[in-house]
Design a protein around this ligand. Sequence first.
Ligand SMILES: C=C(O[C@@H]1C=C(C(=O)O)C=C[C@H]1O)C(=O)O
Length: 118
Amino acid sequence: MTGRAIDKVVNCETMHEVRVGVNALDDILVPLLVERGGYMTQAAKVKNDENLVYDQDRIDAIIERVRPQAEKEGGNADLIERIYRAMIACYIDYEHEELARMRAAGLQPRTEPGGNAS
Ligand SMILES: C=C(O[C@@H]1C=C(C(=O)O)C=C[C@H]1O)C(=O)O
């Protein structure tokens, strides 16, 4: 098993060292955020319903998953929850944008009740 994320933080004496560390992590984070965004496009397509984009139960389940993960890595669960809630809000906006883009390209609203949401 690999060590905790918090134990990988390098002690820094200068802001240059801090920013080298942050930049290196951003190089990992940005591609992952892009990939996560790709699943919002997939969600928009599968749901095909503006009323299904926001899903409180799913948000609650994600928060329940990531809080203990953050603790296991030696992190602050409240901070990670705040980041996740803000991030998910952005992705929900993006999912709406993607669904609107698909509508403009001709995607018809689904007609069956219950739809494709599962
Ligand atoms: C991707 C989904 O759509 C929305 C976006 C979520 C996310 O960013 O993970 C979570 C819940 C939904 O409100 C989903 O329902 O899973």
